[in-house]
Design a protein around this ligand. Structure first.
Ligand SMILES: *Cc1c(COP(=O)(O)O)cnc(C)c1O
Length: 386
């Protein structure tokens, strides 16, 4: 179905931060398949892990124990606030699990009337019926009425609006620590603290959607670690499998208390291939120097991009974001900037608020940063001349 407006380029091979098209052209990949291929393309450890698992067992369903899944869950629990994990296949499904869980939590406590979730303007949580309702974007909802009930929207970052939106029916608060599709809009650290306080005050569950911000994207395994604020529930996907489809919903034991046998499920979720890929991703990311290196590279990229914005005030308005999740707000239409960057050999992703997203693989170094900047600089010069 023609549900995508695709660029007319086809890739047949990838290596590190580079993609090679069928016509032989080489592209520097600062899109990472929308923040997915966190370790770049063809990472030897991931390739070996997936090949090894492919020889043994692809799938057996969740009717049986899956040792690799148990190991992955334990490692995610050890690395986070969480006590327990549900595995899905995508970000939307991870969020869907979170949405079901917050309803079940209050139902179990004898308050089934508490089912509404407070969400933020500019949010994105996926493209299922429930997650488009949570995201609330007109362009995603149009034609798909009736909208799934149970979401109350407040301005992102505004605590007064949020407090006013709490009613006897409120079950949870759902936010992205940095809005990705919405245009790389970071929540203030104080806002995340305030969300935790208000959630505790009213007995709400705090849910972070870290589908895009998670898995090292900001230079910590999860973005909320920068604020030192723990959620009760967290959705993860994108970078988790390094390109293999897998999502996860992490939660505290308390928040997940109602998620007993038979309450939720997935045929494919956390199958042996998917968890082999995700375990291999964690092998790399949990090694001590990895995150420090991401932060170092991110600092260099940020410095260079700030210089770029200063050099091209007619084209670029602002740099925002954290780690290797950066956005250039443009004066020129972002679609045109993304298209020109593609023509010049750099892959980027558009976002809301006329932003161009830079989401390079976390394995890039100085060489890739400088190459990206040279393409960005040339492209901005072309755009200001035209
Ligand atoms: C991409 C994304 C999703 C949806 O993930 P899918 O795998 O496309 O379903 C949900 N939340 C956020 C924050 C995302 O960036």
């Amino acid at each position: 179905m023609p549900t995508y407006s695709r660029a007319d380029v086809a890739f047949e091979r990838g290596q590190g931060a580079y993609l090679f098209a069928t016509d032989g052209r080489r592209y520097l990949d600062f899109a990472s398949g929308v923040a997915v291929t966190a370790l770049g393309h063809g990472h030897p450890h991931l390739v070996a892990a997936l090949k090894d698992q492919a020889e043994k067992l692809w799938h057996c369903s969740n009717l049986y124990r899956i040792p690799g899944q148990e190991r992955l869950a334990q490692r995610l629990v050890d690395a986070t606030f969480a006590d327990t994990v549900f595995f899905a296949n995508s970000g939307a499904e991870a969020v869907e699990c979170a949405l079901k869980m917050v309803r079940k939590y209050h139902d179990e406590r004898g308050q089934p009337e508490r089912y509404r979730v407070i969400v933020a303007g500019g949010a994105f949580h996926g493209r299922t019926l429930a997650t488009i309702a949570a995201g609330g974007q007109e362009k995603h909802l149009k034609g798909f009425d009736p909208v799934v009930d149970g979401f109350d929207r407040v301005a992102f970052g505004n605590m007064n609006e949020l407090r006013n939106a709490i009613t006897a029916e409120t079950a949870a608060i759902l936010v992205e620590p940095i809005q990705g599709e919405g245009g790389i809009r970071p929540a203030a650290i104080e806002y995340l603290h305030a969300l935790r306080r208000v959630a505790d005050e009213y007995g709400l569950l705090l849910v972070f959607d870290e589908v895009q911000t998670g898995m090292g994207r900001t230079g910590r395994l999860f973005a909320h670690e920068w604020a030192d604020v723990a959620p009760d529930v967290m959705a993860v996907a994108k970078g988790l499998g390094g390109g293999f489809p897998i999502g996860a919903c992490l939660a505290t034991e308390r928040a997940a208390a109602g998620m007993t046998a038979g309450t939720h499920g997935s045929t494919f979720g956390g199958n042996p291939l998917a968890v082999a890929a995700a375990n291999a991703v964690l092998d790399v990311m949990l090694e001590a120097p990895f995150m420090a290196r991401v932060r170092e590279t991110a600092a260099l990229l940020r410095r260079r991009l700030e210089e770029l914005v200063a050099r091209h005030p007619k084209v670029l308005a602002e740099l925002r974001g954290a780690g290797l999740m950066l956005g250039l707000r443009c004066h020129a239409p972002n679609t045109e900037v993304v298209a020109r960057l593609l023509a010049n050999g750099l892959l980027t992703v558009g976002a809301g608020d006329n932003v161009v997203r830079l989401l390079p693989p976390l394995i890039i170094g100085t060489v890739e940063v400088e190459e990206a900047l040279s393409i960005l600089d040339r492209t901005c010069s072309e755009l200001s001349a035209s």
